[in-house]
Design a binder for this molecule. Sequence first.
Ligand SMILES: C[S@@+](CC[C@H](N)C(=O)[O-])C[C@H]1O[C@@H](n2cnc3c(N)ncnc32)[C@H](O)[C@@H]1O
Length: 124
Amino acid sequence: MAKTEQEESTKAIGYWEGENLERSKRYAYRPEFVPLLLDYLGAGPHKRILDVGCGTGFLARLLATRLEEVQVVGVEGDDKLLNLGRQKLEIEGLTDQVEIRKGDAYALPLPDKSFDLVTSHTLL
Ligand SMILES: C[S@@+](CC[C@H](N)C(=O)[O-])C[C@H]1O[C@@H](n2cnc3c(N)ncnc32)[C@H](O)[C@@H]1O
């Protein structure tokens, strides 16, 4: 997302500490790194991807915008972060590709073997 769009998106949903990593460019991957990351993850098109502890959905949204025809489900335990993530999906037009669900990584609210790939970005 271009800087001005990111700033506008942040302005639209308000400030929350959990967003600070994105806003401070902690996650500003160099463009040449992203294909390497996707290749490393084995994250191709037409896959169902689960992102555990998705927060506001940084990685989930990255996967959805970089890969064709993927469906990403993010699971997040914190209500404030998941609500902000859902707002970001609306703002960025990604609600068809990404869903953020409330859930615990220790008891995932999803059937076994229902995803091709599971990611988890800085889950603490
Ligand atoms: C450092 S944040 C990273 C968020 C996101 N993956 C990202 O890269 O922006 C860690 C996230 O994991 C979530 N989390 C921690 N333990 C969890 C658990 N047991 N189940 C679900 N989410 C959890 C936290 O609420 C938080 O949003």
